[in-house]
Ligand binder design. Structure first.
Ligand SMILES: N[C@@H](CCC(=O)N[C@@H](CS)C(=O)NCC(=O)O)C(=O)O
Length: 208
C-alpha cells in the first residue's frame, strides 16, 4: 500500500489531494519539516527515504519517490479510470507543458521568497530579493492567466493533476500575499472547493 509522508499544506499536500482524487487506499504519515527527532525530516531514518530531508515522499512496495510532480503522475497511473492524466498524445503534451511550467517557472519566485525569508541559513538571506520575486511572479502569473483564459480546467475539459499543481501553487502565492489576477483566484477557489481537496485538508495534519 502507498504511504505518503507529508506536512500540512506544503508541497506534500499536492500528493495528498491527488490520492483523494484517485480514490485509492493509502496511509498518511505527518512529519515535521526540519525536525531532528521522532517524526522529523532530518532524522537518519527519514533521510534514508529522502536524502534531502524534504516532503513529499511516497513509498509503495519498495518504490520510493520524492518529487511532487512525479508523485502525482504515479498516483494518477494507479487508477486510470479516474482519468487524472490525459492519454492522447496531444493533450498529454499540453499537460506536460503546464506541469513543467508550474514546477520550473510559477513556483520559483515563491520558493526563492520563502527561502530568503525563513529557510536559508540567516547569513545567506537577502532582504532585497522581495521586489525581484514579486516582479518575476507577476510576469509568470500573467502568462498563466493567458493560458487558462476562462477555461474550467487547466488542460482539457476534465480535471487533471495539472489542476492540483496549479491550484496548490496559486494558494501558496495567495497565502504569501503575492498578487493574483481575479480570474485565477476564482479558478483556485473552484478547485479548492472539490470534495477531494476538502478531504485531503482534513487529513493533512493527522498523525498515524
Ligand atoms: N521539488 C520538490 C521540492 C520539495 C520541497 O522543497 N519541499 C519543501 C516543503 S514545500 C521542504 O521539504 N523543504 C524543507 C527544506 O528545504 O529543507 C517537490 O516538488 O517535491
Amino acid at each position: 500500500m502507498i504511504t505518503l509522508y507529508g506536512s500540512g499544506q506544503s508541497r506534500s499536500f499536492r500528493a495528498l489531494w491527488a490520492l483523494e482524487e484517485a480514490g485509492i487506499p493509502y496511509k498518511y504519515k505527518s512529519v515535521k519539516i526540519g525536525g531532528n527527532t521522532d517524526n522529523g525530516t532530518q532524522t537518519e531514518s527519514y533521510k534514508k527515504l529522502n536524502i534531502q530531508g524534504k516532503v513529499p515522499t511516497l513509498s509503495d512496495n519498495g518504490l520510493v519517490l520524492s518529487e511532487s510532480g512525479a508523485i502525482v503522475n504515479y498516483i494518477a497511473a494507479q487508477n486510470p479510470q479516474a482519468k487524472l492524466i490525459p492519454t492522447d498524445i496531444v493533450t498529454r503534451a499540453k499537460y506536460d507543458q503546464l506541469c513543467f511550467f508550474v514546477l520550473s517557472e510559477l513556483e520559483q519566485p515563491l520558493w526563492t521568497y520563502s527561502k530568503h525569508r525563513f529557510i536559508l541559513p540567516k547569513e545567506y538571506r537577502l532582504k532585497e530579493i522581495s521586489n525581484t520575486v514579486h516582479w518575476e511572479f507577476e510576469k509568470t502569473v500573467s502568462a498563466l492567466e493567458y493560458q487558462l483564459a476562462d477555461k474550467e480546467f487547466a488542460v482539457t475539459e476534465y480535471f487533471t493533476m495539472a489542476d492540483i499543481l496549479i491550484a496548490h501553487t496559486l494558494s501558496w502565492a495567495d497565502k504569501a500575499k503575492f498578487n493574483i489576477p481575479d480570474s485565477l483566484l476564482d479558478y483556485t477557489h473552484r478547485m479548492c472547493g472539490r470534495v477531494a481537496f476538502v478531504k485531503a485538508l482534513s487529513k493533512s495534519e493527522t498523525i498515524f
